[in-house]
Design a protein around this ligand. Structure first.
Ligand code: GTP
Ligand code: SPV
Ligand code: MN
Length: 599
């Protein structure tokens, strides 16, 4: 086998022959390199300097107005066999996909610099980490990759070292901003070749190839064949006053609260009692069974690419503190004194995200998917455990989405197979994180609909396969922070108060609380949620914890239909779980007195 360096240089030579750049720059990840890129982008107008008194080291990037979010309809997973891609992805035959996108790459870097960006997803010395190299013509992408990944010389050294090993093959990503024409834009994945080709977008998950393309779509394939999981999950450590620390991994769809939960600030009474929060990751979790049978998790990322709108001192003071310096903002608005601004912040916008004088008639001042890119180390709750090579042990897995009705605040799955069903059944209203209509309910199994790089049926089977002799699997829960009352307002205060729900989970994990058995799972008993200091009326709590059996019967039928889309690869065990829950609901409805009861 060729050494890692030979494999890398020959691929770079090949890509340079295709794209024909004027210069090739191998990134070392140094401060000097980052600063030079920033200076260059300030000159070219790719970056605008923000108020350096209030926001030192902060810059604004305005992306093309037609390039502001992930593009799921232009994202392809190109397995050699169409069936392996599944109903959850768009497919193109690999040859056709290469031909189509290579025609766009042909000579596209003429007169420009090609950056070679070696990166490591995960702590550089972790056996769970994986490397990649992104070739790009966008200095904005390079600067973002430096913040979001362990980028540069150390990653390249690991690639060179691992070239000799069987599992050492790095993921090859080729990216060009192209003309930013949505008609000439593709995000292509070739799992069998461990490669990614992305053309025509400079935005977020479309262009920072280490993130969704590598760490989820490609890695989910590697995880499947190597016996681990690559998931769209935050990782948070919760230390209670007893001194117990539990790590919780939670999968919510895009813009549904992962960043917020990962760095939550406990309610005042919890802080007084000594509760502590440790942030490990806010978007992606790679986990595998350890020798003790537990799932051990790492965050493959080194930074946050977080949603700006809604981030404020009331909801997420930790994030606000994190992004007060050395942050790249994308598509936010500006105040009169050149500070970044978005909906939810105090102050007044003067320039909107497109650089125009702000006019409410043009819509929000900041784009709804405007974001910040910042090193995770700047987060006040960032934990050294995020650098642990072996990862952290996961006590609970949480699924959740935006469900304005039906779905209670929290419930626990009966066992692992039921937990897999709960994850597979997830639904949520769509958000501005992807192009398309916002606020439409869709199924989003494990929050991986846009990110699972293979057939959902095989994916569910992979999840089920962890239930083995000797396994000490986490408990599985489902939450819904987004239930609305008759007045159309959220019933649950959310944010820091979500710790109250996490506390219940931890007590369940520790066997300290009984909960209440229902057909859909185990809910908190009447006095089991600690609600001191909360302005929540009795009827609101009742609504939040109600199980509407008839409504759930219809939901289970809809889930059954949805699971059918994975046939013939739907695991029989999952179908049986769906039937078990559906039958338990039917049984409940046959006993009118019990069916009326809430909890
Ligand atoms: P991606 O980065 O797209 O994967 O998003 P995310 O899952 O990290 O979502 P994030 O934490 O950035 O939250 C997205 C939006 O949901 C923000 O506007 C938040 O203010 C809002 N949000 C987060 N948590 C809560 C909550 O507990 N309750 C309510 N009502 N809104 C929340
Ligand atoms: C998401 O959409 O889930 C994100 C943002 O985390 S992006 O990196 O653009 O995919
Ligand atoms: Mn995400």
């Amino acid at each position: 086998m060729a050494s890692g360096l030979e494999a890398l240089t020959s691929w770079v030579t090949e890509m340079a022959a295709l794209t024909r750049p004027a210069h090739i720059h191998w990134c070392d990840g140094s401060d000097a390199e980052y600063n030079a890129l920033v200076q260059q982008m300030l000159q070219s107008g790719d970056l605008v300097e923000l108020n350096q008194q209030t926001h030192p080291g902060c810059y604004l990037h305005r992306s093309d107005p037609a390039d502001v979010a992930r593009v799921e309809h232009l994202t392809f997973v190109c397995h050699p066999q169409r069936e392996d891609t599944g109903p959850n992805n768009h497919w193109m035959a690999p040859d056709e996909a290469h031909a189509k996108i290579d025609a766009l790459f042909d000579g596209c870097m003429a007169g420009r610099t090609m950056y070679v960006v070696p990166y490591c997803m995960g702590p550089i010395d972790s056996p769970l980490a994986r490397c990649g190299v992104e070739i790009t013509d966008s200095p904005y992408v390079v600067a973002n990759m430096r913040i979001m990944t362990r980028m540069g010389a150390a990653a390249q050294a690991r690639i060179e070292r691992e070239g000799m090993l069987s599992n050492g093959t790095f993921v090859k990503g080729l990216h060009s901003t192209g003309e930013l024409d949505p008609e000439r834009r593709y995000i292509m994945h070739f799992p069998a070749e461990l490669s990614i080709k992305s053309y025509g977008s400079g935005y977020g998950g479309n262009a920072l190839l280490g993130k969704k393309c590598h760490a989820l779509r490609i890695a989910s394939n590697q995880a499947r064949s190597e016996g681990w999981l690559a998931e769209h999950m935050l990782i948070v450590g919760i230390e209670n006053p007893r001194g117990e620390t539990h790590y919780i991994a939670a999968a919510f769809p895009s813009a549904c609260g992962k960043t917020n939960l990962s760095m939550l600030i406990p309610p005042a009474s919890y802080l007084r009692d000594g509760w502590k929060v440790r942030t490990i990751g806010d978007d992606i979790c790679w986990m595998r069974p350890g020798p003790d049978g537990r799932l051990w998790a790492i965050n493959p990322e080194a930074g946050f690419f977080g949603v700006a709108p809604g981030t404020c001192s009331g909801s997420n003071p930790n994030a606000l503190e994190t992004i007060a310096r050395d942050t790249i903002y994308t598509n936010v608005a500006l105040t009169a004194d050149n500070q970044p601004w978005w909906e939810g912040l105090p102050g007044t916008p003067v320039i909107d995200w497109r650089g125009r004088p702000y006019d409410a008639a043009n819509g929000p001042a900041a784009h709804p998917n405007s974001r910040f890119t910042v090193s995770a180390r700047q987060c006040p709750t960032w934990s050294q455990e995020a650098e642990a090579a072996h990862g952290v042990p996961i006590s609970a897995i949480v699924f959740g989405g935006r469900r304005p009705s039906l779905v209670p605040l929290v419930f626990e799955a009966h066992h692992w197979s039921h937990g897999v069903l709960v994850g597979a059944s997830m639904g949520s209203e769509t958000t501005a994180a992807a192009t398309g209509t916002v606020g439409v309910m869709r199924r989003d199994s494990m929050a991986m609909k846009p990110f699972c790089g293979y057939h959902y049926g095989d994916y569910f089977a992979h999840w089920l396969s962890f239930d083995q002799a000797g396994a000490r699997l986490p408990k599985v829960f489902h939450v819904n922070w987004f239930r609305k009352g008759r007045d159309g307002k959220f019933l649950w205060p959310g944010f820091g108060d979500n710790l109250r729900v996490l506390e219940w989970m931890i007590d369940r994990v520790e066997g300290r609380l009984d909960g209440v058995e229902t057909p859909i799972g185990i809910l908190p008993g009447p006095a089991e949620l600690k609600l001191d200091g909360l302005d929540l009326e009795r009827h609101q709590l009742d609504e939040l914890l109600a199980v509407d059996h008839a409504g759930w019967q219809a939901e289970l039928a809809a889930i059954g239909e949805y699971l059918e889309t994975c046939m013939p690869r739907l695991p029989e065990r999952l179908r049986k779980e769906q039937q078990r829950v559906a039958e338990a609901l039917t049984e409940m409805l046959r006993q009118p007195r019990q069916a009326d009861a809430t909890t």
